[in-house]
Ligand binder design. Structure first.
Ligand code: ZN
Length: 137
């Protein structure tokens, strides 16, 4: 394994064991849900509109939980348009495996591209976030 692969693995392990954005927040404006029956992943996303803050309640595999955590970091303070752009870049990265410097720690999930069935695990939190942003509370 390369040093980068080790680092990415460490990021995923840390975020799965020590989530920083897990749980229902006391205040939120929007919420969205995502299911991945293929893997058994379920996620509920809560968004507070003022300077976009994302929390999540997740049950599922390490990839999905790490993805939810890294997503919450990556979208903090962004507008809905900027989030949509980032989602596009993220989905391209996990599909192709080509890391993108603008995605920062999200690149830890680039290895998912080698396992087609796991790509959905990585993209599920972003689907749930988009559902939250598109729907009213
Ligand atoms: Zn999964």
């Amino acid at each position: 394994m390369s040093e980068t692969a080790d680092l990415y693995q460490a990021i995923i392990m840390d975020r799965t064991k020590n989530p920083r954005h897990a749980g229902k927040p006391p205040h939120f404006n929007r919420e969205g849900h995502g299911d991945n029956p293929m893997c058994g992943d379920r996620i509920h996303v809560y968004v507070a509109d003022d300077g976009t803050q994302v929390h999540h309640e997740s049950r599922g595999c390490a990839i999905m939980i790490a993805s939810a955590e890294l997503m919450a970091d990556a979208v903090a303070g962004l507008t809905a348009d900027a989030i949509a752009e980032r989602r596009k870049a993220f989905e391209a990265m996990v599909t192709t495996g080509t890391t993108n410097p603008t995605l920062g720690d999200l690149n830890a999930l680039s290895g998912v591209s080698e396992y087609r069935s796991r790509i959905r695990c990585a993209t599920l939190p972003w689907s749930a976030l988009t559902a939250a942003l598109e729907g009213a509370k």
